[in-house]
Design a binder for this molecule. Structure first.
Ligand code: PMP
Length: 437
């Protein structure tokens, strides 16, 4: 099929080179467990959970049935305006906040991670307008951050090429150019670990900064930010009156074998963004969870104005029903420990593959959010292009993966079986062996 005959235009893909280099797309027609089947009858093991979001595989009956039941009783609804939120959405919000650290207590619903990271930054600015700190509008984001796309979300994402070609974008976003430390010893901590962020705040002027946004585990490097680093960051921001926003679109809802990464911290950020796994990818669902003091300050604002951010399908009852079913699964006895164990098992298998092929390096990440280093004979990490090309070879071996610079992301669903892990590693090792050999 030639480019001009193809009606689908992928989100972030230049269609010409994509179709020329990869050949025609494969059209998925069915899925069960970890596996997908295309229109030509080929089977693939999905090691990327679609777009890191299908956290319970493709045949989770509990979620499907909850959605079907909801479809029968109230198939649509909204929390965008008016006095009639769907009951299931109200119940879901209560169930969700009960699983998050206090004082994160109020939920704004949306459909995508990008919508909610953008909403978080806008809410921080709106709060400043309403509380009289009108100079505070700069948002600081971290090195290599991915926070989605959109006028403000693109600005928050640290990909300069996106900025150049999306210009003009929001001009009040600053990126810290140094990555967070890989380790951080709380006993020896002098606070230097957060110095690059504090320097960025100082260079803007603390009184002009409204928020700092961070991903607890980078979806680019797959390196988790040390807990003490994040705690220090939150404390130092709070000391300066700056909001902290944790973007857990990928890490939240089970991916790192916990409801949220921040639950392990001694300090709680002011806002938390969730997405992807919230509905196990069965419905577009994302959430911005806000600390009570922000909610209280805006409940009776000096100007009679609600936060002007929301869309028609926010709080959709089918998404809420899916979300409630997902929470039931995540909170079932032994579920999250099992994710942790299965993740460790997958790491062990990858370590064994690494013994056999030195190009397969160390495994980064946590829970079921893993990135395998790929290294040349001289120890250099592979380029983004090489990992991208390896992804194409993996596909030929029946394995669907994402790609990142120097690391192959592996994010199968949370309940992936031991057999499927074995199949995943076998196919991956074969693809690496076949690549440029
Ligand atoms: N933040 C993070 C950390 C993400 O990983 C993503 C998606 N990859 C987003 C935001 C954007 O979410 P969405 O694609 O649903 O808009």
């Amino acid at each position: 099929m030639t480019n001009s005959e193809y009606a689908v235009w992928h989100g972030l893909t230049p269609m010409g080179p994509h179709l020329r280099e990869n050949g025609p797309d494969l059209f998925l027609v069915s899925g069960a467990g970890s596996h997908l089947e295309d229109a030509a009858g080929r089977r693939y093991l999905d090691a990327r959970s679609s777009m890191w979001n299908v956290t319970l595989g493709y045949s989770c009956e509990t979620v499907k049935q909850a959605m079907t039941r909801q479809l029968d009783v109230l198939p649509s609804g909204t929390v965008m305006r008016y006095e009639h939120p769907p009951q299931v959405t109200v119940d879901y919000a209560a169930a969700l906040v009960a699983l998050l650290p206090q004082p994160l207590r109020h939920v704004r619903f949306g459909n995508t991670g990008s919508q909610m990271t953008e909403a978080a930054a806008m809410l921080s600015r709106f709060y400043r307008r309403m509380t009289g700190e009108t100079d505070r509008h700069t948002v600081i984001a971290l090195h290599d951050a991915y926070h989605g796309t959109g006028p403000l979300a693109t600005a928050l994402t640290d990909e300069p090429i996106l900025h150049d070609y999306s210009a003009p974008i929001d001009g009040h976003v600053v990126h810290v150019s140094t990555p967070p430390p890989v380790t951080c010893d709380p006993d020896a901590c002098t606070g230097e670990c957060v110095r690059p962020v504090l320097d960025a705040i100082e260079s803007v002027g603390a009184e002009r900064v409204t928020a700092v946004m961070f991903e607890p585990v980078s979806g680019t490097s797959f390196l988790p930010a040390p807990e003490h680093y994040l705690e220090t960051l939150i404390v130092e921001c709070r000391r300066r009156g700056i909001h902290t926003i944790a973007d857990e679109v990928t890490t939240g809802a089970g991916r790192v074998a916990a409801m949220s990464y921040v639950e392990r911290l001694a300090e709680v950020p002011d806002m938390l963004v969730l997405g992807k796994g919230l509905s196990a990818g069965y419905f577009p669902l994302a959430a911005l969870v806000v600390a009570s003091d922000i909610y209280e300050a805006l409940a009776d604002p000096p100007v009679r104005l609600g936060f002007p951010n929301g869309s028609t399908t926010d709080g959709h009852p089918i998404g809420a029903a899916a979300g409630l079913a997902v929470l039931d699964i995540l909170t079932a006895d032994g579920f999250l420990p099992a994710v942790r164990r299965r993740g460790a098992e997958l790491v062990e298998m990858l370590d064994a593959a690494s013994q056999a092929d030195p190009r397969i390096g160390a495994v980064r990440g946590i829970g079921m959010m893993l990135g395998v280093e790929l290294r040349d004979a001289d120890g250099q990490l592979w380029s983004l292009r090489d990992v991208h090309n390896l992804r194409g070879v993996c596909r030929e071996y029946g394995l669907l993966t994402s790609y990142a610079s120097g690391v192959m992301p592996l994010l199968p669903h949370l309940t992936v079986s031991t057999d499927d892990c074995r199949e995943l590693v076998e196919r991956f090792a074969k693809a690496v062996a076949a690549y440029r050999s």
